[in-house]
Design a protein around this ligand. Structure first.
Ligand code: SAH
Length: 386
């Protein structure tokens, strides 16, 4: 593929690029005659090469860095990147056959997400540039992973800004609608064609494990946004009595099937967690897990997210046994860890209850957080004792 143009970076901004930050925002660069989605060369104010990457004037992120080396961006380049991403994860996480193998920018592949469930891949394409390069990276991905098939689930709202609509379907090989993945001896059915995101929340693996390790037999657990039951079933296997709530009927059905295939007891209810918490008659609980969806995808939604977390903690506290724990998860980059803790603190103060911070867990290690790229740290789970 040949470059269609040159993107000029404003003086002073080259430090960002040298410091591994992969996005050039609107207003930080200037381009002439570069098509949206095209591969382009980023140069400094003296015209010196800085990086290869994708340009898109429609997006807030005008330029996304693919490589700071002056090298051909071809199938071999993508093959190397995939090999590196796989090597980075070797021996990193045991006890599962499913991993995020490509985490976008943090793996040097801006706009591309790949989750591997056993022998199958689920892919999300988040940028116009990556969309345009499918013919280069897809064969490289299949060759590097040896997967039996790849399915695309690019339905996230962020694509609109890129000038892309939602897209889902088979990309390569064959992919069954549902596969069974394994985690710590538990089986989970993953609806690859119809589930949320790529089908399963691999990013919460370490938090599930931390919960399972702390549960004592006979404890009572409430999982407020349970999806297909991953937290609930880890807790059930540890000997807890669990109640999982989710607004999505399909998720609840899969959660029930997941309980059955593991021979575990769990109650799964289709309901709105916000309402359910105010009328709950099954508590009090030893553990309340709250893992709501990403409410704040943009800066303007920060207040809605704060309000949602405040409300959840506020409603959960009266349902907590003395000394019980709440795990509050926030998967929006827009609200950082300290702000999340602050909202929990305010909710507890409004209930006139002390609350202790017992720990924090982040997205699991197969979703690398690049320190120089703060946006790559999105998931924070705050562990509270009431
Ligand atoms: N903890 C889960 C992932 C949760 S994702 C896991 O690790 O697998 C967020 C979930 O919240 C989704 O399943 C979605 O269906 C559900 N949800 C969204 N709004 C809800 C609401 N108001 N009440 C209950 N569930 C809701």
């Amino acid at each position: 593929m040949t470059a269609t143009g040159v993107v000029h970076l404003k003086k002073g901004k080259e430090r960002k690029v040298r410091n591994f930050y992969p996005w050039i925002q609107r207003g930080e660069c200037r381009a002439e005659g570069v098509e949206d989605g095209a591969l382009a060369q980023l140069v400094d104010h003296e015209g010196k090469f800085l990086a290869w990457g994708h340009y898109n004037a429609k997006s807030r992120f005008h330029f996304r860095v693919l490589s700071t080396a002056n090298e051909p961006i071809d199938e071999a380049f993508f093959h190397r990147r995939f090999r590196e991403a796989l090597a980075r994860r070797e021996g990193l996480i045991e006890g599962t056959d499913s991993l995020r193998i490509v985490h976008g920018e943090a793996d040097g592949l801006p706009g591309l997400i790949v989750d591997r469930y056993d022998r199958w891949l689920v892919v999300q394409v988040r940028s116009l540039g990556m969309e345009g390069m499918k013919a280069l990276w897809l064969p490289a991905l299949m060759a590097a992973t040896g997967a039996e098939g790849a399915y695309e689930r690019s339905e996230m709202a962020g694509r609109e800004e890129e000038g892309l609509g939602p897209q889902a379907g088979l990309l390569a090989g064959a992919v069954p609608p549902e596969v069974t993945m394994h985690e710590d001896g538990l089986k989970f059915l993953v609806p690859l064609h119809t589930g949320l995101k790529t089908g399963f929340y691999l990013d919460q693996r370490n938090t599930r494990r931390a919960l399972a390790a702390r549960i004592r037999p006979g404890q009572k657990v409430f999982d407020g946004f349970c999806y297909t039951g991953s937290f609930a079933l880890h807790a059930a296997r540890a000997g807890a009595t669990v109640y999982g709530i989710d607004i999505n009927r399909d998720a609840i059905e899969v959660a029930r099937r997941n309980a059955a295939v593991n021979g575990l007891e769990a109650v799964f209810v289709e309901a709105n967690a916000f309402e359910y918490l105010t009328t709950d008659a099954l508590g009090p609980y030893d553990w309340i897990v709250l893992d709501p969806p990403a409410i704040a995808k943009t800066e303007s939604k920060r207040d809605s997210l704060k309000w949602a977390i405040w409300r959840l903690v506020h409603e959960a506290l009266p349902l907590l046994k003395p000394g019980g724990r709440i795990v509050v998860c926030n998967c929006s980059y827009q609200l950082n860890l300290n702000e999340t803790i602050e909202v929990c603190r305010l909710a507890a103060s409004d209930r006139a209850r002390p609350i202790y911070l017992e720990g924090v867990t982040l997205q699991d290690l197969d979703h690398p957080a690049l320190a120089q790229f703060p946006e790559s740290l999105y998931l924070k789970c705050v562990w509270l004792r009431g």
